[in-house]
Design a protein around this ligand. Structure first.
Ligand code: HEC
Length: 135
């Protein structure tokens, strides 16, 4: 009985850890929605919208992971050649930081800087899409 329970707990833990393509696509859609929310917030000068968008963007970007095969790749040369893990972590961190900048600058009334941070995020999204979208 105890063993079954342990097994069940273990399998849900394992299941929860696997970040699949399906999860990634869902998070991507959340981020696309968050970006347009932020943009609408800019146009209407609506802080609540900007804030909601930033929170949902940060929340989703922190979940983004490179493909599992990549993380589990044992051959150092293959890992080196692919570099997707490092690339992902770097870009994820950048988007997360810029999202915070948007909110800070917008709150300060510095629209130009807020929009610039938004544009930088947009560029990062595209940078990753051109490099690793074929995952
Ligand atoms: C680290 C890489 C990476 C970053 C950063 C990234 N994407 Fe993606 N995106 C992908 C990959 C890879 C796919 C294709 C899905 C897959 O194969 O896993 C994708 C697909 C998408 C899709 C299509 C989802 C669908 O329904 O098929 C949208 C929309 C999207 N991304 C939006 C964004 C937005 C908005 C950002 C920036 C805030 C962003 N992405 C940043 C890698 C990235």
């Amino acid at each position: 009985m105890k063993r079954t329970l342990l097994f069940l707990l273990l399998s849900t833990a394992l299941f929860a850890q696997a970040y699949t393509k399906k999860h990634r696509v869902e998070d991507m859609q959340i981020m696309a929605k968050a970006m347009s929310q932020i943009e609408t917030g800019f146009f209407y000068n609506n802080k609540d919208l900007v804030e909601m968008g930033v929170i949902s963007l940060s929340d989703a970007i922190r979940r983004i992971e490179p493909p599992l095969e990549e993380k589990e790749e044992k051959d150092p040369m293959t890992r080196y050649m692919n570099e997707k893990v490092k690339f992902t972590n770097k870009i994820v961190k950048k988007i997360d930081q810029k999202a915070r900048t948007i909110l800070e600058r917008f709150s300060d009334g510095d629209m130009a800087q807020a929009v610039q941070a938004y544009t930088k995020i947009m560029k990062s999204c595209m940078e990753c899409h051109t490099q690793v979208r074929h995952w």
